[in-house]
Ligand binder design. Sequence first.
Ligand SMILES: Nc1ncnc2c1ncn2[C@@H]1O[C@H](COP(=O)(O)OP(=O)(O)O)[C@@H](O)[C@H]1O
Ligand SMILES: [Mg+2]
Length: 259
Amino acid sequence: MESTPLLEVVNLTKYFGGLPALADVSFRAHQGRVTALIGPNGAGKTTLLNCLTGVLHSDGGAIRFNGADLTGLPPHHIARLGISRTFQNLRLFPRLSVLDNVLTGLTVQADASFLRGLFRPPALRHQERRLKLAGLEALDIFGLADKADLPAGALSYGDRKRVEMARAFVSQPVLILLDEPVAGLNTEETAAVAVLIRQMRQGGKTIILVEHDMDLVMNVSEQVVVLDGGRKIAVGAPEEVRVNPLVLEAYLGRMSPTA
Ligand SMILES: Nc1ncnc2c1ncn2[C@@H]1O[C@H](COP(=O)(O)OP(=O)(O)O)[C@@H](O)[C@H]1O
Ligand SMILES: [Mg+2]
């Protein structure tokens, strides 16, 4: 018997100006697994992540996470339940240090006091030390320990993508949503990210991976959900999905495999 899914998306629907960006999308994601979410540009992948994090409110359907119904919850509440994400377009503070950028991922736990903590009133020193330690640990895991004090803007694109992942990871979320984590990365950097994704999964994290890089998707995911024009057109193991005629037509047929 299959275990209860950590995440259950049921008939999720979202309209923009009368056009469906998501239409009746349903799937389940199990604890400690990687679910890839693929589909051509405009398929609704980022919209789905935005609904999962509460940035967008759906127009229909439900999202169940760890026994809770996420419908209508604000982003900070959802973050506290243990969902974090990276962004397709990097959202770092270029002049803040790499460590401080990662620490912004902890505002969830520390609430507003953390931001005050950045300016170091004495009463918060203990908490600050604890948070800093967590940040340094995340940097270490993501291979960025030696860059902690550099301004994030000084890092290579590949390193900045990993800073985003470290920031998503530092709050010890249960579910991590990665929006195109290897877009724009070279083969070597992509391989490094594949290792990090596997490492996170081995550590028990559940991951939803939005990605165009089919090699990465095939390598790291247990389940692939395919969207096209807001609809789920296929779901299954990577090896099933890659030979599904609907997917080949809708997805691979319309874009080069390297895009
Ligand atoms: N905030 C928005 N306002 C209006 N339309 C949007 C908005 N966000 C996304 N869309 C539209 O919704 C569809 C799905 O977009 P998106 O989720 O970004 O696709 P993907 O991430 O799969 O490329 C697209 O047609 C896009 O133009
Ligand atoms: Mg997108």
